[in-house]
Ligand binder design. Structure first.
Ligand SMILES: [Zn+2]
Length: 96
């Protein structure tokens, strides 16, 4: 099992497994944020993740969610919905 070393603001150095982490990615950026629950104190911590950290974490099997920081417009939703109706592989849209 891969071990990921990071720091908790309360406990200092802690070791996590990929299962303990989640990545929050903004599609407009090549970096994101990772969050983890400290195995020692049980608090949720958030840390910025640069592009390198993101790719390392993804490679170890960390789950991720797509976060949009800019508000979605009505038009974008409409376009997305109509694209979903005609797109045989909707997941392809997410990579744009
Ligand atoms: Zn802690």
């Amino acid at each position: 099992m891969t071990t990921i070393k990071t720091t908790c603001s309360r406990c200092g150095d802690v070791e996590l497994t990929p299962h303990d982490l989640a990545l929050e990615l903004d599609p407009a950026e090549d970096r994101g944020t990772y969050r983890f629950t400290c195995p020692s104190c049980g608090e949720i911590e958030r840390r910025p993740a640069n592009a390198r950290v993101v790719s390392v974490l993804l490679a170890t099997g960390v789950v991720y969610e797509i976060i949009r920081t800019d508000p979605i417009t009505e038009d974008e939703i409409e376009n997305f919905v109509s694209a979903l109706n005609t797109e045989p592989n909707p997941f392809r849209l997410l990579t744009h």
